[in-house]
Design a protein around this ligand. Structure first.
Ligand code: NAP
Length: 243
């Protein structure tokens, strides 16, 4: 069975690692190519866009792919829509592997917003010093915001960016102690994050709770109407059923 994993996440790497040992499965992981020095999954990897749903459908047919796992990031909306459309056109079974979103716990002060522009509009309610962890794409939405920003992302962003900004290039995973120290050192008033979910970057939310800081959290975009699983194990079980 030949499986295409649409990747760029820890789950995609774990799934590739789980499948690569199997003698009955050929795995190709696909990355967008956005990050300069990506963490690579084990096994075969291809890099770069497919050219929209048509390009991906053609690729699935030409490469005789038997099943697709969309294990992309919950905020990678275009590739998930493209995968849903392409899989339908090519007649290839598709499952979406999506880690669960985060849930507020007692002591959290979370403020849900629909998108980055709404997050930018709301910031003034919470103070001047912002810890922005929503990634380098979309930073332009905050360019006209007053205040001081600690911006953490994997690669340096292109302008426009906030005028008053300190850039921290890092990719996690992070610890609660480290996140608490970072927010204290920079006298952060508010944390801004997407609801990415997962264990690798959750420490900032625990630290914000400890410090009594508000969090502006961006809701996930809607997903296409395709079958979903939430763990690597369930994705493997789905592949076993569809193989
Ligand atoms: P996006 O807006 O959904 O995708 C933009 C375009 O990039 C897609 O139309 C597709 O090009 C190409 N692409 C995206 N993921 C791909 C993949 N795995 N393999 C091949 N082509 C891919 O995605 P994004 O938000 O820019 O994210 C890019 C990648 O970074 C994703 O793979 C995602 O898993 C990862 N990532 C995203 C975030 C985030 O917050 N958005 C965070 C962490 C990791 P074509 O239309 O030409 O096929």
């Amino acid at each position: 069975m030949k499986v295409l994993i649409l990747g760029g996440t820890g789950e995609a790497r774990s799934l590739a690692a789980a499948l690569v040992e199997r003698t009955d499965t050929e795995v190709v992981s696909s990355l967008a190519g956005r990050v300069r020095n990506p963490k690579l999954p084990v096994g075969d990897v291809r890099v770069g866009g497919f050219g929209g749903p048509d390009g991906l459908a053609d690729w699935l047919t030409a490469e005789r792919v038997d099943a697709v796992v969309d294990a992309t990031h919950p905020f990678a909306r275009r590739i998930s829509a493209s995968a849903a459309e392409a899989a339908k056109r090519a007649g290839t079974p598709l499952v979406m592997l999506r880690r669960p979103g985060w849930s507020a716990r007692p002591g959290d002060d979370w403020h849900w917003v629909d998108d980055l522009p709404e997050a930018a509009r709301r910031l003034g309610e919470f103070g001047d010093r912002v810890f922005l962890t929503t990634g380098r794409q979309g930073l332009a939405e905050f360019a006209d915001c007053p205040g001081w920003f600690l911006v953490r992302c994997v690669d340096a962003p292109e302008p426009p960016t906030p005028a008053e900004m300190r850039l921290l290039l890092d990719r996690g995973p992070y610890t609660v102690d480290g996140e608490r120290a970072l927010m204290t050192e920079h006298r952060i008033d508010v944390l801004v994050t997407k609801d990415s979910g997962g264990a690798l970057t959750v420490a900032k939310l625990d630290a914000a709770r400890d410090l009594g800081l508000p969090v502006v959290i961006v809701r996930r975009p809607p997903t296409p109407d395709v079958e979903q699983v939430s763990t690597v194990e369930d994705a493997v079980a789905w592949l076993d059923r569809s193989g």
